[in-house]
Write a protein of this length. Structure first.
Length: 290
C-alpha cells in the first residue's frame, strides 16, 4: 500500500473512532468556523484536504487553520521550525502519454494518487516573514439574508410545511422544509443554525438530480447505500456552512446512520474520500454560479 493510501486509511480510521466517541456532535470533530487556507496562494483547501486539515487543526489545537508547504513558507521568508512534522495533503498527478492521433501532442492517460506535506502557521518562525496572520483574508462574512439570497439563486424549488419533515424529493425535484418556527434551540446550537444546516444538507441532496450532477445510481453496491448519500449530504452541509462562515450542526435523527458510516470507514477509506469528492462537487456546482 502506498504512503498516500495508508495515510487516507489511517485518517478514515481516526475519524471513525472520533464518530464513535462524539456521536453526531461533529463540532467536536471538525473545528467550528475553521476554513483551512494556503498562506501562499490565499486559496481554500477543498474536498478531503479540507476535512483532514480541519481535523488536524482541531486535534493539534492550532491557533489558525493556515497551512503551506516548506517551499511556500520559504517564499514568504518564513522558516519552518526544526523538528516539526508536516501534515499530508493529497492530490492526483496526471499520467501523460503521446497522442495516437498526433504524436507531437500529449494526452492524459490516467492519474496517480500522490501527496505532499504542509505545515501549520504555528509550526513556522515568522520573525523575518513578509506575511502577517492579521492581514490574512478568510472570505466575506455572510448574513442570513445573503444565505437566503444564495439559496434562492440556486433555483431549487423549496416548500415549507408543518409537521411533514425535511427532505429532498428527486421525483418532484423539490426540497421540503419544516417551518422555521418548528426549529428549536438545543444545547448544541440555536434554532437558526439547525434550520440552515438542515437546508444545506437537503440542498446537497438535490445535486443528485439528472439535470445537475446526475449522481443517482452511479456507484457500486456499497456506495449506492442510503448511508453513503447521507454522508455526502452531511459533508456537503459542513462545506456549505464553512463557505458562509456558518456553524454546522448535525441533526439528531442522523444518529441512526452513524453505525453504517463507521463500519464503512473502518473497512474502506474510499467510502470517505469518495463521499467527500461528491460533496465538494455539489458545493462547487452551486457556488460557482453565485
Amino acid at each position: 500500500m502506498s504512503k498516500t493510501k495508508k495515510y487516507l486509511e489511517d485518517f478514515a480510521g481516526n475519524l471513525a473512532q472520533a464518530m464513535i466517541k462524539n456521536g453526531t456532535n461533529w463540532d467536536c470533530i471538525f473545528k467550528r468556523n475553521s476554513m483551512p487556507v494556503n498562506a501562499s496562494t490565499n486559496k481554500r483547501y477543498k474536498g478531503i484536504n479540507f476535512l483532514m486539515l480541519n481535523y488536524e487543526t482541531q486535534q493539534k489545537e492550532y491557533s489558525q487553520p493556515i497551512f503551506a508547504s516548506y517551499k511556500q513558507w520559504a517564499s514568504l521568508n518564513a522558516q519552518v521550525k526544526k523538528g516539526t512534522t508536516g501534515t499530508p495533503i493529497v492530490f492526483y498527478r496526471p499520467i501523460m502519454k503521446d497522442s495516437k492521433i498526433d504524436p507531437s501532442k500529449k494526452v492524459q492517460a490516467g492519474c496517480i494518487l500522490n501527496y505532499s506535506k504542509v505545515f501549520n502557521i504555528d509550526q513556522v518562525d515568522l520573525t523575518d516573514a513578509n506575511f502577517s496572520p492579521a492581514e490574512f483574508k478568510t472570505g466575506k462574512q455572510y448574513s442570513i439574508t445573503e444565505i437566503d439570497n444564495f439559496i434562492k439563486a440556486t433555483e431549487v424549488e423549496i416548500t415549507h410545511s408543518d409537521g411533514k419533515g425535511c427532505y429532498y424529493s428527486p421525483a418532484k425535484d423539490l426540497i421540503n422544509m419544516e417551518l422555521k418556527s418548528n426549529f428549536k434551540d438545543t444545547k448544541e446550537s440555536d434554532a437558526t443554525v439547525h434550520y440552515y444546516s438542515t437546508l444545506f444538507h437537503e440542498l446537497t441532496h438535490s445535486t443528485l438530480h439528472e439535470k445537475r450532477l446526475n449522481r443517482k445510481n452511479k456507484f457500486d453496491d456499497n456506495k449506492k447505500s442510503y448511508a453513503y448519500e447521507e454522508l455526502i449530504a452531511e459533508i456537503g452541509s459542513i462545506l456549505f456552512s464553512h463557505e458562509f462562515n456558518f456553524t454546522k450542526t448535525i441533526r439528531d435523527n442522523h444518529a441512526k446512520y452513524l453505525n453504517s458510516w463507521i463500519q464503512c470507514l473502518q473497512n474502506d477509506y474510499t467510502f470517505l474520500t469518495g463521499a467527500t469528492a461528491q460533496s465538494q462537487k455539489a458545493v462547487d456546482f452551486f457556488m460557482s454560479s453565485k
